[in-house]
Design a protein around this ligand. Structure first.
Ligand SMILES: *[C@@H]1O[C@H](CO)[C@@H](O)[C@H](O)[C@H]1NC(C)=O
Ligand SMILES: *[C@@H]1O[C@H](CO)[C@@H](O)[C@H](O)[C@H]1NC(C)=O
Length: 439
């Protein structure tokens, strides 16, 4: 006998209640074929205004807890402060000479004389963790624990998927104390090493060693895609097409370099000594922990002078440190791609391969009414002649294809009517906040 009609709404309401009940709280999309074997994973990235660092929350431990970590594209591992409040029933430190230690390329046995706790066991393997802001390093214990991360179909957050034994470094509290935003407990490294986040995720889930970074301003969440494209941003634009492409070189420490062969401002070549840019593994280091692009002193001087000449029409004001060239913003025109200023082109491995830096990425507003050229003097011996800082990377998609050793780059997404804050995460992102920056 068929159920009587008036019972049907109750029946459907029950199904909806049950379905809602079974979803983990972070799930916006339920799709088993996505979650069991995801092609891509995703992390939201927020920029801390006080430090200009980009931070991700990663779900770790048992029970799961969001752990805020500084994003370091060149970091060698994920490390966390294990000394304070590390509570997890699934923490484990592999024994020295185990397969996990050899995977991490660690061959010594470590002892710890303090009381047993996460980060302090005998006969484990030790590794160095680095604070990219203070430059300090500290010795810690190689550890493994649960890590969970949302899957994605490229356009929204999917179900959390889990790696039960994710390898990381368990570091002392002192390492996380200098230069980090409050509450940040460590660093998530994306460097080209055997235990960096992209490597472990790709090998666990069996996808290509590829990740894409899309950083944005503090008003929105940027996004880090791990795995395959598409990478879709509102209103449905797949920003993985088209991308410029240039060889990606990797240093012995697993850091990412590209070859900038010359710099042009308003289509004119800046007369930089070419020997300075002809470096191995590349003239230009990509950095997410350097707030503004750093130029070697002589490059900085030539570049700034040349830029000032190209901008002779714009009234200058007293520079505001750390910048050396500032303009009266009230005399400049705002456009969709930032203030109307001279374009800066980074010419890559050949003359037709150009990364254009538009006003939104070249000019910084340290206070209302002032726009400054957002490049800083790195002195005579910086780590690389050019260190591309995170302000210049914002609202650009950068795809690190490690299998093919290529960097794909979009140049400013503002040209395409979108930006990195446009990944769909539901109500957490108000369109009001999006409009504010990009009018
Ligand atoms: C789930 O994912 C598969 C493969 O990506 C897709 O074909 C299917 O339409 C998705 N289903 C839902 C309900 O989103
Ligand atoms: C490690 O071994 C030493 C020497 O046997 C011992 O004193 C120490 O308490 C041990 N440490 C831990 C954390 O068990």
């Amino acid at each position: 006998m068929a159920p009587s009609l008036h019972c049907l709404p109750v029946f459907f309401a029950l199904i909806i209640l049950v379905a809602a009940d079974q979803q983990p709280p972070t799930t916006l999309l339920t799709n088993d074929s996505v979650s069991s074997r995801p092609n891509a994973l995703v992390l939201l990235v927020s920029k801390n205004e006080a430090t200009n660092l980009h931070v991700v929350d990663i779900q770790k431990r048992t029970p799961l807890k969001p752990v805020p970590l500084v994003l370091d594209v060149n970091g060698r591992s994920l490390w966390v402060d294990c000394e304070s409040n590390y509570l997890s029933s699934t923490y484990n430190a592999p024994q020295c000479h185990s397969t996990q230690c050899s995977r991490a390329n660690l061959h010594d046995c470590r002892t710890c004389s303090a009381q047993t706790r996460p980060g302090c066991h005998n006969n484990t393997c030790g590794l160095n963790a680095a604070n990219p802001i203070s430059g300090e390093t500290a010795f810690g214990e190689l550890a493994q624990d649960v890590l969970s991360i949302p899957s994605t179909d490229g356009s929204s957050l999917g179900q959390l998927v889990t790696i039960p034994q994710f390898l990381f470094a368990c570091a002392p509290s002192s390492l996380a104390q200098k230069g980090f935003p409050p509450a940040v407990q460590g660093v998530v490294g994306l460097g080209h090493t055997s235990i960096a986040l992209p490597t472990q995720l790709a090998s666990h889930f069996g996808f290509q060693q590829k990740f894409a970074l899309c950083l944005t301003s503090p008003l929105n969440h940027g996004v880090l895609f791990l795995g395959e494209a598409p990478y879709r941003l509102h209103p449905g634009i797949d920003v993985s097409h088209p991308l410029g492409s240039t060889p990606l070189s990797i240093s012995r420490e697993g850091e990412y370099f590209i070859q900038v062969t010359s710099i042009r401002i308003n289509e004119r070549v800046v007369p930089v000594n070419p020997a300075l840019l002809n470096r191995r593994p590349g003239s230009t280091l990509i950095s997410t922990t350097t707030p503004y692009t750093v130029l070697e002193h002589s490059i900085y001087q030539t570049f700034t002078q040349f830029y000032a000449n190209q901008m002779s029409w714009a009234p200058r004001v007293q520079p505001i440190a750390p910048f050396g060239l500032c303009f009266d913003a009230t005399k400049m025109t705002a456009t969709q791609i930032g203030p109307e200023v001279a374009n800066i082109d980074l010419v890559l491995h050949n003359r037709n391969n150009v990364w254009r830096i538009v006003g939104a990425n070249s000019m910084v507003q340290p206070r209302p009414g002032v726009w400054c050229l957002g490049f800083v003097d790195g002195g005579s011996n910086p780590k690389a002649p050019i260190i591309l800082g995170s302000y210049q990377l914002e609202d650009n998609l950068l795809q690190f294809d490690l299998a093919r050793s290529k960097l794909g780059f979009s140049s400013s997404l503002l040209f395409r009517g979108t930006h990195c804050g446009n990944f769909f995460v539901g109500s957490a992102q108000t369109s009001a906040a999006k409009e504010e920056k990009h009018v």
